[in-house]
Ligand binder design. Structure first.
Ligand SMILES: [Mn+2]
Length: 334
């Protein structure tokens, strides 16, 4: 099935879901297309297979993903304590980090014995009885597709579209280095089932509000280059959101704008949330492992895409990140 994952964990996940009569499927907070599409595909396929299934995201779902949930919104965290008791299995998709589950974490920690994790990030903590990790998977959506096939649960147009949204989200529309033959083979299957890529693309990437482009303009105005133009840093402060009317959920993928510059190897985007907290997105072209930079400051992620949150003031945090990325660039011989 896959080279880097444990076959035992895959089989354990399959067996746990096959035996369950009821599931609660949870996406991570600050949800992206992968976690949401994976959650929807698994939930809807489980229902089609005759299971009781619920979906939960304890955060706002960005408006661009509304089309995935035309009839039913995912539950918020308030429903967790009762559901965690009543369902046979809790499935967490696209993360194994309790920190990405915010206020759900304490309740989930008490139910580790019934949790199944499906994740493609580098394993950190052990939070579940069954924790299937496959870092070779382009997206959690690929793993869900493999699991549904092994379970023999129905996959129709709804599931195919959700999984295509998941995989295109994490592969940057098949541009990123994680794009691989299994992801493309599955995408071919979903196309054959009737998924329309051009419609999906327009729904996901051509639905911005004017306020979002105004925010992009302000962000680009903050662009600074360091280390012989190899490191870019950008900021979005509360004042930028106030001046443009843009929302915090309209910052997804904005960090990638700086990679348009040919010399840039790494990008830092710092976003002031409401309150004292700063959210950081890190991107790298290849040479720099931004996950290592993020981990040193309490975050995590992939080599080329990582992040963290901090209560440190934005300017102080930015200075530390610039120094850390410059050190990483130097270490990489750049
Ligand atoms: Mn993912």
């Amino acid at each position: 099935m896959c080279e880097t994952c444990s076959k035992n964990e895959f089989e354990s996940a399959r067996a746990a879901l096959a035996a369950a009569r009821s599931l609660l499927v949870i996406a991570h907070c600050r949800p992206d297309g992968d976690t949401l599409g994976s959650m929807l595909a698994l939930t809807s396929s489980a229902r089609a297979a005759g299971k009781a299934a619920h979906m939960m995201v304890d955060d706002d779902v960005p408006a661009k993903y509304d089309f995935l949930f035309p009839d039913e919104r995912p539950l918020r965290g308030g429903a967790l304590p009762d559901l965690a008791e009543s369902v046979d299995r809790i499935v967490i998709v696209d993360t194994a980090a309790l920190a990405q589950l915010d206020s759900l974490a304490p309740v989930l920690a008490r139910h580790a014995g019934k949790i199944v994790v499906i994740d493609h990030h580098t394993p950190g903590e052990r939070i579940a009885a069954v924790q299937w990790t496959d870092t070779s998977a382009a997206a959690a959506g690929v793993m869900v597709a493999q699991l549904l096939a092994a379970l023999g649960w129905p996959v129709g147009l709804v599931q195919a579209e959700a999984l295509m949204a998941a995989v295109t989200s994490d592969t940057g529309w098949f541009r990123f280095a994680n794009t691989n033959p299994p992801a493309l083979r599955l995408a071919a299957d979903w196309l054959a089932m009737g998924v329309r890529l051009e419609v999906l693309y327009a729904r996901l990437f051509q639905t911005a509000r004017p306020q979002q482009l105004a925010l992009v303009a302000r962000m680009l105005g903050t662009l600074e280059l360091f280390h012989h133009d190899r490191l870019a840093a950008m900021t979005l402060r509360q004042a930028d959101f106030a001046a443009t009317g843009a929302r915090a959920d309209e910052t997804e993928n904005l960090v990638n704008e700086a990679l348009r510059i040919g010399s840039v190897e790494a990008v830092i985007l710092l976003v002031e949330n409401g309150g004292a907290q700063v959210r950081v997105n890190l991107r790298s072209r290849e040479a720099v492992d931004v996950a290592a930079v993020a981990r040193a400051l309490g975050g995590g992620g992939h080599r080329r895409a990582a992040g963290l949150r901090s209560n440190e003031p934005l300017d102080a945090l930015k200075a530390r990140l610039v120094a850390a990325c410059q050190a990483a660039l130097t270490e990489a011989g750049l």
